[in-house]
Design a protein around this ligand. Structure first.
Ligand code: PMP
Length: 347
């Protein structure tokens, strides 16, 4: 979801943006209105995330999956290996792509994951000093797993924050590089945000396409090529919405409450269950299953009839999933809860 207030503003000014008699998707990205808007979006994002001055913020294309490949090509430098902490589906995908460019040290923190067990403590791992960086995914969107610690290492930490960015305050200076596809808490699909510490720039592989070269994009204010203008514009409005609504501290409070309501209910239920340890349950993606799996189809059909969409779990893990990103109001979670309660009573 995107915030209704943002969508309404987009609708209101879609045909005539800032009195230009043009839509925001028609004006030049090099015109003064667009440049001013783009700078303001970056300023607001920096303010929300408290991004230190020695980090560049890039607004790129290709989604998070493009970053899976372009991160090693940008920052490996002379090194030939990187460490990947395997927390779930997306960490697997990221390492699969990176292994085309370097050797991978896999650090499996889930190998002995059994019912109700936690992820191994991520801040106590033994990470090879020969790696160029260590990659991890603090919120595994598909698995519904969240990791609240950051690895302890002298290596640059690279984090895929696609499904958790802006859901809570974070300490940017713990990371060398953060990246996130826009389409969850940031704005519409089509844009990827990369926040990169300056010392990691300027070491790209010669074969890396220039549009993905962090140094080139940083030098050109992310306008080496035509940027995803609509996504950038709507994201800027989302940043303003977040600032107006108490910033990340407040949205974190709301997000925790929304997730707690669901998990508390699931834990008490005789029909629904979630096997992830309480310390590692995602507050963005609440995955759950039914003790009677044959009822999943009926659950989804009835949910749709009740106006509740997108509850099917990812095909990799099956089951059910409620993705409750920033813009999902508490009322949406309460509606789901009411439905789940009624469904359990009925079946
Ligand atoms: N990483 C994570 C954590 C994700 O949730 C997703 C998408 N759901 C991706 C990577 C892939 O993103 P994209 O489709 O933008 O390439």
């Amino acid at each position: 979801m995107l915030p209704a207030a943002v969508l309404e503003q987009v609708q209101k000014e879609f045909l005539n943006w800032q009195d230009t008699n043009s839509s925001v998707i028609e004006v030049s990205h090099r015109g003064e209105n667009f440049i001013a808007m783009a700078h303001e979006a970056e300023k607001d994002l920096r303010e929300l995330l408290k991004i230190p001055d020695n980090y560049k913020v890039l607004f790129l294309q290709g989604g998070a999956r493009a970053q899976f490949a372009t991160i090693p090509l940008n920052i490996l430098g002379k090194s030939q290996s990187a460490s990947y902490i395997i927390t779930g589906h997306w960490a697997n995908c990221a390492s699969d792509e990176a292994k085309k460019y370097c050797s991978i040290e896999y650090i499996d923190v889930r190998s002995d994951l059994d019912e109700k067990s936690a992820i191994k403590p991520i801040d106590k791992l033994n990470i090879s000093e020969h790696s160029a960086y260590v990659h991890f995914c603090p919120n595994e969107t598909v698995d519904g797993i969240e990791i609240n610690e950051v690895p302890k290492t002298n290596l640059p930490i690279v984090a895929d924050l696609s499904s958790t960015i802006l859901s809570r305050p974070i300490n940017i200076s713990q990371y060398g590089l953060i990246y996130a596809g826009a389409q969850k808490n940031i704005g519409p699909a089509g844009m990827t945000i990369v926040i990169v510490r300056e010392d990691l720039l300027g070491r790209a592989n010669d074969l890396l396409p220039s549009v993905f070269n962090y140094q080139i994009q940083a030098d050109k204010d992310s306008m080496y090529n035509t940027p995803p203008t609509f996504s950038w514009y709507v994201s800027g409005l989302v940043f303003k919405w977040l600032k107006k609504n108490g910033g990340l501290a407040n949205i974190y409070k709301e997000n925790r409450l929304k997730a707690k309501i669901l998990y508390d209910f699931i834990d008490k239920s005789d029909l629904y269950f979630n096997n992830i340890h309480k310390n590692n349950r995602s507050i963005m993606n609440v995955t759950f299953n039914l003790y009677k799996p044959s009822l999943i189809k009926t659950f989804l059909e009835e949910a749709k009839r009740a106006g509740l969409y997108g509850l099917k779990g990812h095909s990799v893990v099956g089951g059910l999933r409620a993705s409750i990103y920033n813009a999902m109001p508490l009322a949406g979670v309460e509606a789901l809860l009411k439905f789940m309660c009624e469904f359990e009573r009925k079946f």
